[in-house]
Design a protein around this ligand. Structure first.
Ligand code: 8YV
Length: 311
């Protein structure tokens, strides 16, 4: 008999196929009567799979007294109260490392697309405007300065790429890091004041909520750019929309939003923003590797082996 697995939201299709082959998968998101669904499984379920954006609430964890593992598709676990899970004896795993390169690639894509107006220029050509005159000039990327909020694995991969563009790199994180030559600022405000483009790459959650406050946006100034590949919650979104609409910041490249997939409509008509539907890890290779880690962590748990990537 296959072990039971609670699946909280749809995952990468190949991952779901693997899960279906190994487990009796109970799809929470398909249940009409959630209460009855949970009641029927409460005594049987020891393992759950979910995704970063979806998470798992503590209330739901408590409804499964035998739950031992939440295997999360995504590196960010801000949708899961990890300390509370630990207290309940539940291990949380995530999918680090495999997505680092793609997230960093997309951060650079957003830096380039925003500062060089790539998407604006594409629309300019398609609309036939080039026939009437040249496009407005853009801003130089190479040799300028980049500030990174959160110098973890992803932040470091972004810095490495920016180095290849000859950019001066500075950062803010909870603590100054040893073995790093980039300039450290203990306040995001000071960092913003001293860089051309600010890239947010820290984890989401309460600790980093609005770390890019209206003051940080003001410090970046009318010539500064903002790129976010972290979580929408890290930025004071209404303040950013207002600053973009009124030219108090030069531009922004955004992959994540507070209420995604809902994006503030005021952004749709602005030419100084590049918008992405939370796709920094969204490549075939990376999503497959993330899915494999979800599967491998569950397999390790059921085999009584050490988990691969426990948070
Ligand atoms: C999404 C991400 O989680 O890993 C993360 O934290 O933000 C993304 O990779 C992924 O799309 C699944 O929701």
């Amino acid at each position: 008999m296959k072990p039971d697995l609670l699946l909280l939201c749809p995952l990468f299709p190949a991952t779901m196929t693997q899960l279906d082959a190994a487990y009796t998968v109970h799809r929470y998101y398909e249940a009409d009567d959630k209460e009855a669904f949970v009641k029927g499984l409460a005594d049987r379920v020891t393992a759950t799979a979910t995704a970063g954006h979806h998470g798992m609430s503590v209330e739901l964890m408590r409804k499964f007294p035998k739950l031992k593992i939440v295997s999360c598709f995504g590196v960010g676990v801000d949708g899961i109260d990890v300390p509370a899970a630990r207290q309940l004896g539940i291990a949380v795993t995530n999918t680090p490392d495999v997505l680092t390169e793609c997230v960093a690639d997309n951060a650079l894509a957003l830096v380039l697309a925003t500062m060089r107006r790539t998407v604006f220029n594409d629309r300019f050509v398609r609309a036939g405007h080039w026939l009437k005159g040249n496009a407005p000039l853009a801003d130089k990327v190479s040799g300028t300065s980049m500030g990174i909020i959160g110098l973890g694995r992803i932040g470091k991969a972004i810095a490495k790429r920016a180095e290849a563009f000859g950019m001066m790199i500075a950062y803010h994180s909870r603590n100054q890091q040893s073995g790093v030559t980039y300039r450290y600022y203990d306040k995001p405000l000071e960092l913003a004041r001293n860089v051309k483009v600010l890239v947010v790459a820290c984890p989401g959650g309460k600790e980093t909520e609005n770390i890019v406050s209206s003051d940080v946006i003001a410090a970046l100034g009318k010539d500064g750019y903002l790129v976010n590949v972290s979580r929408g919650t890290t930025i004071d979104e209404p303040a950013l929309v207002d600053a973009l609409a009124n030219g108090r910041i030069a531009g922004a490249g955004l992959d994540v939003f507070v209420a995604e997939p809902k994006v503030p409509e005021a952004l749709f008509k602005l030419d100084n923003v590049v918008l992405q539907p939370h796709v920094s890890s969204g490549t075939h290779w990376t999503r497959a590797a993330m899915g494999q880690l979800v599967v491998d962590n569950l397999a390790a748990y059921f085999a009584g082996k050490p988990l691969l990537t426990q948070v």
